[in-house]
Design a protein around this ligand. Structure first.
Ligand code: GLP
Length: 242
């Protein structure tokens, strides 16, 4: 694992944006795997600015998001469909038909998962962006998820629901289920870029890098991937030996 430790959030976001821009410049038709949550907001802001000042174009890029909640509509302010439109897609020249998020129509979740897996096989991800949960989840692959899973329906861990309650009015409003790419989909990516900020992530980052590879800490599987870059701030890095 290649680790880049930064002074602060701005620096992690800028360094991540430089990597994404480099990827798109080198291959304009790149397939990007995208993440949500508070962590990549700065990255999306830098990318949007880079598009607006003519540094990069996303017109030929293809994107696949990791996950979506089940039980809230696409126009709910906390849905990941809404998040992606608001923070990235509406700000750059990406074509809507080239953007993909798992749908959350409860009448056909299994079919949606199968279709997403098929699309991912046709469009292998060149660069996957990841955040990490305080419990070590990636996407919504919670502790205990088999590493062999492809896109599937999951029950959210109580820790994840508590962590994400800050975005909703209360814990009760946080959905209990989600659809997420599986670890197997994530591990097929050519290159992985994981971002983390803040002391709340320090234990997960330490376990991911130095602990045993175990389904109890899903991000630890990244030790088995040949091309992972981790960009973290000093707080998230504080338990990591250099
Ligand atoms: C969320 C997402 C993950 C994200 C993680 C961390 O619930 N499903 O993809 O990486 O939890 O979120 P945050 O960046 O807000 O700490």
């Amino acid at each position: 694992m290649n680790v880049i430790t930064c002074e602060n959030y701005q620096e992690t976001s800028r360094k991540a944006a430089d990597i994404v821009i480099g990827q798109i410049k080198q291959k304009p038709t790149s397939v990007l795997g995208l993440a949500t949550g508070s962590t990549p907001l700065g990255l999306y802001e830098y990318l949007s600015k880079a598009y607006q000042n003519g540094t990069v174009s996303f017109s030929d890029a293809i994107t696949f998001n990791l996950d979506e909640y089940i039980g809230i509509s696409h126009d709910h302010p906390q849905s990941y469909h809404y998040y992606m439109d608001r923070h990235f897609f509406s700000k750059v020249d990406i074509r809507e038909e080239n953007t993909h998020l798992p749908d959350n129509d409860e009448d056909r979740l299994d079919a949606i998962a199968d279709e997403y897996n098929a699309l991912l096989k046709e469009n292998p991800i060149d660069l996957q962006i990841l955040g990490i949960g305080s419990n070590g989840h990636i996407g919504f692959n919670e502790p205990g998820t088999p590493f062999g899973n492809e896109t599937f329906i999951t029950c959210l861990d109580e820790q994840t629901r508590k962590d994400n309650a800050r975005f909703f009015g209360s814990l009760e409003e946080v959905p209990k289920k989600a659809i997420t790419m599986g670890i197997k989909n994530i591990m097929r990516s050519e290159r992985i870029l994981l971002l983390a900020n803040g002391k709340e992530k320090a234990d997960a980052i330490h376990g991911m890098m130095h602990g045993e590879v175990t389904e109890d800490l899903p991000a630890s599987v990244l030790q088995l991937h040949p091309d992972v870059t981790i960009i973290i701030d000093k707080q998230a890095a504080k338990k990591v030996s250099s």
